[in-house]
Write a protein of this length. Sequence first.
Length: 181
Amino acid sequence: MKIPNRTELNEDFFIQQAHTIGMHMMTAAETAPTGRGRNTLKMCLLQKEEKDNIAKEMIRMAENGHPQFFFRDAENILQAHALLIMGSSIDPLGLPNCKFCGFDSCEEKNTYSNTPCSFNSVDLGIALGSAVSTSALLKADTRIMYSVGKAAQFLKILGEDVKIAFGIPISISSKSPFFDR
């Protein structure tokens, strides 16, 4: 296989690299530590058409009352080469007298099905950190975005049971589109 020089690099090369880095990010997220060893993480790696659909949904959401920064973030998604979506299902750990979520018990919390278990949220945060640290090691530009996660939730990209999600656009470029916003 011939190694391309800088003048031979094209958009397809950068998309392929972003996909490879995204797969490494998914590996890092999957192996991140979790509470009681229970994995509630759901994730997928999106490319061109799928990621552009997320951007369109973000624009629709901004036009219909969501914060105006959804417009800016949608533009960032359109500039990205790949998009990693990560979320968590809600699955309380069943720890006696935990009360970390504010309820007296997991049984009481379960009466509020859209309220995440605190451990599910913490586990997702650790996985997100592990994923973006991997992208940093591989020198790709990324940013964790709440707005992308809300659009992915609305579109049910990760399924019905995911109640908290974030997106991580991945860019391979000489200037990060996620920095000067």
